[in-house]
Ligand binder design. Structure first.
Ligand code: PHE
Ligand code: ZN
Length: 849
């Protein structure tokens, strides 16, 4: 933890201050003598001067280490040690640095560095955790070949690379320290093999605690499909004899791509039909793919410095979304991604935490593993591909892989590959990496003599530190339909490059209906004058599945906003349009389920705020309920039939088709529950043989406030399964009505199974509270106060997770003066808390500004 006092204020680091490392590393030998409170780490590191360095200061990072001794070329190094690192006099020639340090994994509750989870040793080094293991130049542009020896009684001892036996490991691929990993404990494996495209056999394992062995098959299958996909689509082959995945229960993030030894939050790898929902299966498949794909985009080619984080993350998210689209449904995946982008990234980009995809400064890098770096970073890759076309995109990727293999790179290196293969100047495109904020794109149409003109205007509102913005290049996919719903102009990419930019479509018989930003080709807010009749027309007729859905969403948003601002009743046109979708047998059930999902309360709050109206979460809650009730009534004759048709017989399969049927069937169930008092939901809850059906039924019952018995039964059935019990915690807060949510969350913190040191459990309660908009924003301020109390408590143990969860407050300026005052008070109280971490302090300070 960094000292937050002004005299010792946490340092802001700037991209523009980058300098090459003074010394480079050739080889690293590490010996671990494991002990819960006194692990010894003995290191032997071969350094050599970096010819490109500007000075010869020998500095190694190191935090919370007890130095036993340090030597340079066999002699006492006479090291000077601070809280943050070590300096010594080093030769201007290659030399060997050796040291022994002592660390205490058992007391490491930050889950960064070497720590213990359920009696098992494990590590997390990204971004700057290796410095809590030993003294080292802990920066990604220093890459070394690691040999690791693990000494201890543990049955299984793992590290990166290839197994030399006896707890000894060697990784032939030079890597930065953030990709180092070690695991030791009483683990069992689910083994398999994969033969690569050049015929090499790779041994695969998923390592888990004994009781979890029956939850590995799906993850293993996802891994093998990922390996195959990366060969087929990107031509990338795996490069070691062995690939290990380990599941750990206490983990701050989803998973980590350590070379040859991926470490996963158990929630991101363990799956079984009885305990995992369809959404869990899809997420697990995506995360396994994501971490595996990092082997090339992240590990073989890494980042020069942490400002370049999107180089590996944006690209790898883009790759995993391509994989999911290929394995499942491209339309459904795109819609899901856009829902998540708007919920998390647009929210971030339009608030006090807005920052560029490539930030220019930070205090704590852990605070920049954000939706902007990941999800907007992926959108930027998608736009690049749209602008240059598939062929040049893959050519550019090939060039990137061959030219930069083994290097630590920048966004400039990446873009140069595409400039080279296309001959195109990407200077303007690069603004997507440096300018924060979501562009607003307006559009006006004109029709004359067979020519249809669309005139786009672009404008990006100011964000912290960036008052004015230059126009970006925005690829907007446009198609045109006639009155009969036929496509009269196929999709064309309009490259909007100026503040005002017009595009002409000629030779048309009649004024067309435009379908704009198809496939969500650019991550923008489209400001389009469109009436609800046109939206209903596009929902019925658009040939682009994303825009078909988008039209329905715009319609729903408009209906809800009118209900809030004009006390309107639910629009019949909307209800009719939904009924038409429900009855259309040509549509994918998963798609129908997405059309029926209404915009979230947070979405509506932002839309109201953008329109100059102060949102009232209580009112939004009531409007949402009224609307759903009206949908249920309008559909009452159809619901039983849909429900019956969507029942999936036979053994459970997590594939997209079966999952889609369950999703649509459960939409019908939740609507039915509003009409039948829960009879159908209770029947489903009792007969369910998989978690999707069981949990959907429980959710429907809880929402109808008739779920208490079911909830008790659920707990009794699953009390020995921590991942399922996380769901149980979260469901109660998610479905708590209005002001009940804070009290429900508070009561749950007193439950014997509540454990604040487990991030999954903490998130189950407080992530659900933050996500329950009406509950978090209870008029009495109890939601704010409770979250602030618990973030302060958590911060003392786990600053990273506390800091990340403080984003619950990032929308505070949207709300009325009373709520703003109470949120400011909660934020100020956190800021003033004694011994606050640098992580949480940075977040709270930025949110307040
Ligand atoms: N690099 C990881 C991923 O995206 C995320 C991560 C970051 C995990 C930091 C742990 C700590 O896959
Ligand atoms: Zn990643």
């Amino acid at each position: 933890m960094k000292d937050a006092s002004p005299a010792n204020a946490p340092l802001e680091i700037f991209l523009s201050d980058y300098t090459p490392p003074a010394y480079l590393v050739d080889t690293v030998e590490l010996v671990f003598k494991l002990h819960p409170t006194a692990t010894r780490v003995i290191s032997k590191i071969a350094f050599r001067p970096n010819p490109e360095a500007m000075d010869r200061t020998f500095y190694l990072h190191g935090e919370q280490l007890k130095l036993i001794w340090a030597k340079i070329d066999g002699k006492d190094a006479q090291a000077k040690v601070t809280d943050l690192g070590l300096t010594a006099q080093a030769p201007d020639a290659p030399f060997i640095f050796e040291a022994e340090v002592e660390i205490s994994p058992q007391t490491n509750t930050a889950l960064e560095g070497l720590y213990m989870s359920n009696g098992m040793y494990c590590t997390q080094c990204e971004a700057e955790g290796f410095r809590k293991i030993t003294y080292y130049p802990d920066r990604p542009d220093v890459m070394g070949v690691f040999t690791v020896t693990i000494e201890g009684d543990e049955k299984v001892k793992l590290s990166n690379g290839n197994d030399l036996g006896g707890g000894k490991w060697h990784d032939p691929w030079p890597k930065p320290a953030y990709l180092f990993a070690l695991v030791a404990g009483d683990l069992v494996n689910h083994p398999d093999t994969f033969t690569t495209m050049s015929g090499k056999e790779v041994e695969l394992n998923i390592w888990v605690r004994k009781g979890d062995l029956n939850k590995c098959a799906f993850g293993m299958d996802a891994l093998k499909r990922s390996m195959k996909w990366d060969e087929e689509v990107y031509g990338r082959e795996y490069d070691l004899d062995l690939f290990n995945i380990v599941a750990v229960d206490d983990f701050n993030m989803g998973a980590m791509e350590n070379k040859g030894l991926n470490i996963f939050n158990s929630s991101a790898v363990l799956a079984s039909p009885e305990t995992s929902t369809d959404a869990n299966f899809e997420r697990i498949e995506a995360i396994i793919a994501h971490e595996y794909f990092h082997n090339w985009t992240g590990n073989r080619i890494t980042c020069r410095d942490w400002f370049q984080l999107c180089l590996k993350e944006g690209l790898t998210v883009y790759r995993d979304s391509q994989f999911t689209a290929d394995e499942r449904s491209p339309a459904v995946k795109r819609i899901e991604d856009v829902i998540a982008l708007r919920a998390r990234q647009f929210r971030e980009d339009n608030g006090p935490l807005a920052h560029p995809v490539r930030p220019e400064s930070f205090v704590e890098i852990n605070n920049f593993y954000t939706a902007t770096v990941y999800e907007k970073g992926a959108e930027v890759i998608g736009m690049l591909k749209t602008l240059i076309g598939d062929e040049d995109y893959y050519k550019g990727c090939d060039l990137y892989f061959t030219r930069h293999d083994g290097q630590a790179c920048t966004i400039e290196d990446w873009l140069a590959c595409f400039e080279e293969v296309t001959g195109r100047d990407l200077t303007q495109f690069k603004l997507w990496y440096s300018q924060a904020g979501t562009p607003r794109v307006g559009v006006k149409e004109a029709w004359k003599d067979g020519t249809y003109t669309l005139t786009f205007t672009q404008h990006t509102p100011p964000t912290p530190g960036q008052d004015t913005k230059d126009p970006k290049v925005i690829p907007i996919a446009v198609g045109l339909l006639n009155d009969a719903g036929e496509e009269v102009h196929a999709t064309r990419i309009c490259e909007v490059t100026d503040e005002v930019h017009a595009f002409r479509f000629t030779g048309l018989d009649a004024k067309p209906v435009p379908s704009i930003n198809r496939g969500f080709s650019a991550p923008i807010i489209l400001e389009q004058d469109q009436d609800n009749a046109t939206r209903a027309f596009l929902l019925a007729n658009d040939t682009d599945p994303f825009n078909k859905w988008e039209a329905g969403r715009a319609l729903a948003r408009d209906v809800m906003i009118r209900m809030v601002t004009e006390d309107a009743t639910p629009d019949q046109a909307y209800l009719d349009a939904l009924l038409a979708v429900a009855r259309d047998d040509t549509l994918d059930p998963a798609f129908k389920a997405l059309v029926f999902s209404t915009p979230s309360a947070d979405d509506i709050a932002q839309a109201l705020f953008d329109g100059g109206v102060t949102p009232d979460p209580t009112k939004i809650y009531h409007v949402t309920q009224t609307l759903r009730q009206s949908v249920a009534h309008a559909m009452q004759d159809t619901l039983p039939r849909i429900y019956a048709e969507m029942q999936v017989d036979g053994p459970f399969s997590p594939d997209a088709e079966a999952a889609g049927k369950r999703a649509w069937g459960n939409v019908a169930l939740s609507l039915l529950t509003r009409l039948d008092g829960g009879a159908q939901a209770r029947a489903q809850f009792e007969s369910a043989d998989n978690m999707t059906q069981q949990l959907s039924a429980l959710g429907a019952l809880l929402r109808a406030e008739v779920g208490e018995d079911a909830s008790k039964a659920f707990y009794e059935q699953w009390k020995d399964d921590r991942l399922v019990i996380d769901k149980w915690f979260s469901m109660q807060v998610t479905y708590a009505k209005l002001a009940a949510a804070p009290a429900t969350a508070k009561a749950l913190t007193n439950h014997p199974d509540f454990d604040m040191t487990n991030p999954n459990r903490f998130r189950a309660v407080f992530g659900a509270l933050a996500g329950n908009t009406a509950g978090f924003h209870s008029p009495d301020g109890s939601g704010y106060a409770l979250l602030a109390d618990w973030l302060i408590k958590l911060d003392a143990k786990n600053p990273q997770t506390a800091a990340r969860m403080s984003t619950a407050f990032e929308t505070w300026k949207r709300y009325d003066a009373d709520r703003q005052g109470m949120m400011r008070e909660a934020l100020e109280r956190m800021k003033a808390a004694p011994n606050l971490s640098g992580d949480l302090l940075e977040m709270v300070t930025r949110i307040l500004n």
